[in-house]
Design a protein around this ligand. Structure first.
Ligand SMILES: [Zn+2]
Length: 224
């Protein structure tokens, strides 16, 4: 699935979940989708044969499991909310992108290099990035080049915030100039209108005010 379609799916999820502001809370969305969410700590409490370190080694920060068509997401919350928010949205991405279709199928976040850059891992990351840090909203708020702002407003880990800011300032702007990014105007418009109150309240205003205009006409005389 290409990036445009992934973005479209992420935006549609936000619209369906009635998101009107940042941060997008992936745990709330997972619950709305009727997924079962549990922390690693709770999972270990229930199944004492499991241990935390081997869960992390084997599955990374989160696991999604399909049980008779019901999705269960287990998440490591010991790294804090920034990582957990990302990991849960990444797993939602796996479910919606059809990566865990079969009963009993399980997917974790392997940190092994050979798994990290497989097409399905990259697609789930792309989904998480578009759902938690929607391009159209960050652009409307003039937050595209502020990594710290993106991190705290969207509740995403440092590396994802800086990747987003890098992407927004290179690819997104380039695509916008070429005018070929508006391939799904309807869901973009809908998302903008849902977020309009938030954008108006917290967006950074970019004004080119008359009073900041420097009049050089006087300077010229000095040199004359
Ligand atoms: Zn994954």
């Amino acid at each position: 699935m290409n990036k445009t379609n992934i973005k479209k799916m992420a935006y549609e999820l936000l619209i369906k979940s009635h998101c009107t502001r940042l941060p997008v809370e992936s745990i709330r969305i997972a619950k709305q989708l009727q997924y079962i969410i549990m922390t690693y700590d709770k999972l270990i409490e229930r199944f004492p044969s499991l241990d935390f370190d081997s869960l992390i080694d084997r599955y990374g920060n989160a696991i999604i499991l399909n049980l008779f068509g019901n999705y269960h997401i287990y998440v490591n919350t010991r790294n804090g909310y920034f990582d957990a928010n990302w990991a849960v949205m990444h797993e939602i991405g796996h479910a919606l992108l059809g990566h865990v279709k079969r009963h009993g199928q399980i997917r974790g976040e392997s940190y092994a290099e050979k798994h990290r850059f497989t097409p399905s891992e990259l697609a789930a990351d792309e989904f998480a990035s578009m759902a938690l840090c929607p391009d159209i909203i960050l652009d409307a708020m003039h937050w595209t080049n502020d990594t710290e702002f993106i991190k705290f407003a969207c509740i995403v880990p440092d590396n994802q915030a800086s990747e987003k800011s890098y992407y927004l300032n290179k690819e997104y702007i380039k695509a916008k100039q070429k005018n070929n990014y508006l391939q799904f105007q309807a869901s973009e418009d809908q998302l903008l209108s849902l977020f309009s109150g938030y954008i108006n309240k917290y967006g950074r205003r970019v004004e080119i005010a008359e009073e900041f205009y420097i009049d050089f006409s006087g300077l010229r005389k000095i040199g004359a």
